[in-house]
Design a protein around this ligand. Structure first.
Ligand code: IVH
Length: 667
């Protein structure tokens, strides 16, 4: 410890020093000490805080690694609503905005502040006594979520500022493109769903309940608005002041004396926007005078004193070198254009989806064509149009595939669907995609079983369907290159853990066409086991709200396929849970109730329903008596119905019985 300093003083000193070095490193991009020196100071602080927890400061940089897992977010009302902004798309529209504002404010000249429009997530931050105390999402504009703990992990967000009065500031949280790409790469390897763009990655990260994971996402923030009592008279000065007291304010702001200067600055950034390491989707133009902002006021949706100038999606021309056919999980053949690599919206693009063969016809595109490519919010870029003037006559038609490029099966075209499919469910391409899907996060969530290993395991003959996952053995895996003892053990443990995933996840994991996460949840609500779902008819399925006829047909088709049934048997034998989890947990929800059954039921055989009722603690008897609580009445009921009516026993349908179970389950 430094000489002459008490632990308390040294802790305070270290917090100040480290935050200053953080600020210089992350905000100013100007490190003033070496990483080694920084690490030493940080280590000293961690040790002191452990030894003297009573002196730990709420704004300590050690708080940024994320603390406790949260159960949910508290809702907080905004002091001032967080509005959206009107958009403009051209210089003409900016001039109209300028004229309108001048007319309303009754002035001849107006100066504006022009800023970058960061493509991230808006947040509101509160500071009291110089400390960061609360951070809230935009939510519906009037109330948002308290995400303070997640925001504390953002290294560019000051936990302490050089200003003692209470202050609210607003800004945009974002993730840099390189960090976004790194994150998606990691997710792909783990078999997790990819984020479509950096904005979604930011929003997804801020919603996480575990701040420790948020801390790893390397989120960033810029502050663009501050509410100060008796503060400066212009927005320009407010921004400078915010910067002075320690907030990260973007250096790319400009005070413009008229709308022409505004337009010039907007055009300048439209050109060079991809030189930034993060995404911006336009510029924001704000009336500089705070008094005039107040005079102009807001509509219910947006302020009248500000407007966004949105950049058009960047379109870049390149050449289609080839078209390959990808085979998806359900056998759908998707044409993908291989491009001469070009930089579009800041990233290099070498492929673009052509969606299907109707799209190829619609675009009239050929191999060798020069085309315009655009990246509009999604990961996969698309081809917008062909440039026919650039044709040389050498271009070749894209052949309509008759055979699957992977297994050579003859393709089929679905009636009423544009897609063509490979009908061979043993096709290696389908097998791989199905296994990747089965192991993915929203399905069985088998960590470590991502695309890379699935490809290898299938190619080595270790997996030929997802049922085989549960029969992988240590000895099979140890000979595979780059599979070490530790990773094998982790993988086998993850596989074991996946056996008890919720029923809805299992349904989704099966990869039934048209059945996504939401539909799987509905089905898991409606059916208590895979056998019940298997026996359901199209009529029964399509009577469920939100399950349409196409889904119903697809489910029935899935379960009428012998191969699929074999795989399901494999899963069952391996001990994968294939029924609703709550049944086991809430054994006695029907205890004290006696049931009699008459007629034919749709979802259960007699044995099945008897077992089910018994499992839930109820009793089933053969004949109706005064002691009977419910008669479950199916189709073509027998004399028991008459008897129940005579005795005044409650008569319920199969659906009402299921409703009764559901209600008691949820209690
Ligand atoms: S000022 C509503 N300044 O754009 C007026 N907003 O479309 C106050 N945004 O929700 C906002 N960069 O998330 C402002 N420099 C900037 C901005 C910015 C991005 C976002 C913000 C807002 C959205 C409105």
């Amino acid at each position: 410890m430094a000489k002459n300093k008490s632990p308390k003083e040294r802790i305070e000193e270290l917090v100040k020093l480290i935050e200053y070095y953080n600020y210089m490193y992350y905000v100013e991009n100007n490190p003033v000490i070496s990483d080694y020196e920084y690490d030493q100071l940080y280590k000293e602080l961690v040790e002191l805080e452990e030894k003297y927890p009573e002196y730990k400061l709420p704004n300590s940089p050690t708080q940024r690694v994320g603390g406790q897992v949260l159960e949910g977010f508290r809702t907080v009302e905004h002091k001032v609503p967080m509005l959206s902004m009107d958009n403009t798309y051209s210089a003409e529209e900016l001039i109209e905005f300028d004229e309108r504002v001048k007319r309303m404010a009754d002035v001849k000249n107006l100066d504006y502040v022009v800023e970058l429009k960061f493509d991230g997530v808006a947040v509101s931050l509160y500071y009291e006594n110089a400390q960061f105390v609360l951070g809230v999402t935009r939510g519906d504009g009037f109330r948002g979520d308290d995400i303070t703990e997640n925001l504390k992990t953002i290294k560019t967000l000051p936990l302490k500022i050089k200003y003692k009065q209470s202050i609210e500031v607003r800004g945009e949280v974002y993730i840099r493109r390189d960090d976004f790409e790194k994150l998606n790469k990691e997710r792909k390897e783990k078999g997790e769903v990819l984020f479509a763009n950096p904005r979604n990655a930011t929003a997804g990260s801020l919603k996480l309940l575990d701040p420790k994971i948020v801390a790893q996402r390397n989120l960033q923030i810029f502050i663009y608005q501050g509410f100060l009592n008796n503060g400066p008279k212009t927005h320009w000065e407010i921004l400078n002041f915010l910067k002075e007291i320690g907030f990260p304010v973007s250096p790319y702001r400009k005070l413009c004396k008229d709308i022409n200067e505004v337009i010039e600055y907007c055009n300048e950034w439209q050109e060079k926007r991809f030189s930034l390491p993060y995404n911006i989707d336009g510029m924001v133009v704000k009336v500089n005078s705070v008094d005039l902002q107040r005079t102009l006021g807001t509509t219910t949706k947006s302020p009248r004193w500000a407007v966004a100038y949105k950049f058009p999606a960047e379109q870049v021309s390149t050449i289609i070198k080839d078209v390959i056919i990808q085979v998806g999980r359900t056998g759908t053949l998707t044409p993908v254009a291989i491009l001469e690599p070009v930089v579009v919206s800041g990233t290099t693009v070498s492929r673009a989806t052509l969606h299907n063969f109707d799209e190829i016809k619609r675009l009239g595109v050929k191999i060798g064509d020069r085309v315009f490519v655009e990246k509009s919010g999604e990961i996969i870029p698309k081809i917008v149009k062909v440039i026919p003037e650039a044709r040389t006559g050498e271009e070749k038609d894209i052949p309509f595939p008759e055979f699957c490029p992977v297994c050579r099966s003859k393709v089929v075209k679905d009636v009423e669907e544009v897609a063509i499919r490979c009908p061979n469910i043993r096709c290696p391409a389908q097998v791989k995609e199905k296994i990747i899907h089965f192991a993915s996060r929203d399905a069985m969530d088998i960590e470590g079983l991502g695309e890379k290993w699935v490809n290898i395991f299938v190619d080595k003959g270790l997996l030929s369907d997802y049922g085989d996952i549960y029969y992988l053995k240590y000895d099979d895996l140890i000979n595979i290159e780059r599979m070490g003892d530790k990773s094998i053990r982790n993988l086998l443990e993850a596989i074991e853990r996946s056996k008890t995933r919720p029923f809805a996840n299992l349904i989704y994991a099966l990869g039934i066409r048209h059945i996504g996460v939401h539909a799987s949840e509905i089905l898991a609500d409606e059916f208590s086991s895979i056998d019940q779902l298997k026996n359901a008819t199209i009529e029964r399925l399509s009577s469920i709200s939100e399950i349409g006829p196409i889904m119903a047909e697809s489910i029935v088709e899935f379960f009428s396929n012998e191969e699929n049934l074999k795989v399901i048997e494999k899963l069952k034998k391996a001990g994968v849970r294939m029924e609703k989890e709550k049944v086991e947990e809430k054994k006695d929800i029907l205890s004290g109730l006696t049931f009699v059954i008459t007629g034919t039921l749709e979802n259960y055989s007699r044995d099945e329903i008897q077992d089910y009722i018994k499992k839930l603690g109820g009793k089933v008897t053969d004949s109706v008596s005064k002691k009977t609580n419910y008669l479950i009445c199916g189709m073509e009921p027998g004399s028991k119905l008459q008897k129940a009516k005579q005795l005044g026993v409650k008569i319920i349908s199969e659906a009402e019985f299921e409703q009764l179970v559901k209600e008691r389950m949820n209690k």
